[in-house]
Design a protein around this ligand. Structure first.
Ligand code: NAP
Length: 247
C-alpha cells in the first residue's frame, strides 16, 4: 500500500498501459480518476478500480483541449479534494515516412502526445503548487531517444516530453513537486499489436532480455516514481526496455 490515501489522475487510462497503471495505483491504495476519449472503456476501468475497494471517477477527456482539461481537474477536485499524482499517459501514433507524412499526421501526434502532456501538467501543477507536493510522471518512449524510421512525429513528440519533463522539474522543484519521465521500449498493447510479425521479430532480436515488455512492467515503475521512495528523484527519464537502449 505504497500510495495509501493518495489521489491519482491517469490520462488515457481506459486501456493498455494507462489502465494497468490505474489498477496498480488502486491496489497500492490510491483513489484514481481515469481520463480518456474512450469513455466506455474508461467506465470499465473505473468499475474495476471500485471493485478493488478504492474510489474512482471516469472522465470523458480529450487532453488536446485545455478548457476540457481544466473542467476535468475541477471535477476531480470536487470529488476528491486534491490531486497528488498525475500520469500523462495518453498517446497515439500515426506512422509514415518523413516525405509521405501529412500535416494532419504530424499535428495529430504532436497535439495529443506533447500538447496534451503540457495541458494536463499546467492544469494539475496549479493544484500541486498550492498543496506544496505532487508527483508528475510523463510516459515518453525510447523512440524519443533513439528515433525510428516512419515515426518522425512520434519521436519528436516523445523527445519533446523528455525536455518538458526537465523544465517542469526545475520550475516545480521548490514546491516539492517531482516530475519524471518513463521511456518504455516495446510493450505488448493494442498500440504494438498492429505491427507486422516481421517487425515484431526484428524488435525482439534487439532486446537483450529477450521478451517484450508488459504493461505491468511500466505500471510497477510508475508506482515507484509516484511513491515516497522516489522523493529525491526529479527531472529524470527512466528507460524501461529490456536493455534495447543503453545510454
Ligand atoms: P493504447 O493501448 O493505444 O492506449 C492509449 C489510450 O489513450 C487509449 O485509451 C486512447 O483512447 C487514449 N487516448 C488517445 N488519444 C487521447 C486523447 N486525445 N485524450 C485522452 N486519451 C486519449 O496505447 P498504449 O500502448 O497503452 O500506450 C500508452 C502510452 O505509452 C502512450 O503515450 C504511448 O506512446 C506510450 N508508449 C507505448 C509503448 C508500447 O510499446 N505500447 C512504448 C513506449 C511508449 P482510444 O481507445 O479512443 O484510442
Amino acid at each position: 500500500m505504497r500510495l495509501k490515501g493518495k489521489v491519482a489522475v491517469v490520462t488515457g487510462g481506459a486501456r493498455g498501459i494507462g489502465k494497468e497503471i490505474a489498477l496498480l495505483y488502486a491496489k497500492e491504495g490510491a483513489d484514481v480518476a481515469v481520463g480518456d476519449v474512450n469513455s466506455a472503456e474508461a467506465e470499465n476501468t473505473a468499475k474495476e478500480i471500485e471493485g478493488l475497494g478504492r474510489k474512482s471517477l471516469e472522465l470523458l477527456l480529450d487532453v488536446t483541449d485545455y478548457d476540457k482539461v481544466e473542467e476535468a481537474v475541477n471535477k476531480i477536485l470536487d470529488k476528491f479534494g486534491r490531486i497528488d499524482i498525475l500520469v500523462n499517459n495518453a498517446g497515439i501514433t500515426k506512422d509514415n515516412l518523413l516525405l509521405r507524412m501529412s500535416q494532419a499526421e504530424w499535428d495529430a501526434v504532436l497535439s495529443v502526445n506533447l500538447k496534451g502532456t503540457f495541458n494536463c501538467t499546467k492544469a494539475v501543477s496549479r493544484i500541486m503548487l498550492k498543496q506544496r507536493s505532487g508527483k508528475i510522471i510523463n510516459i515518453a518512449s525510447i523512440i524519443g531517444i533513439m528515433g525510428n524510421v516512419g515515426q518522425a512525429n512520434y519521436a519528436a513528440s516523445k523527445a519533446g516530453i523528455i525536455a518538458l519533463t526537465k523544465t517542469a522539474a526545475r520550475e516545480l522543484a521548490s514546491r516539492n513537486i517531482n516530475v519524471n519521465a518513463v521511456a518504455p521500449g516495446f510493450i505488448q498493447t493494442d498500440m504494438t499489436a498492429k505491427l507486422s510479425e516481421e517487425l515484431k521479430g526484428k524488435m525482439l532480436s534487439q532486446i537483450p532480455l529477450n521478451r517484450l515488455g508488459m504493461p505491468e512492467d511500466v505500471a510497477r515503475l510508475c508506482v515507484f516514481l509516484a511513491s515516497s521512495d522516489a522523493d529525491y528523484i526529479t527531472g529524470q527519464t527512466v528507460v524501461l526496455d529490456g536493455g534495447m537502449v543503453m545510454v
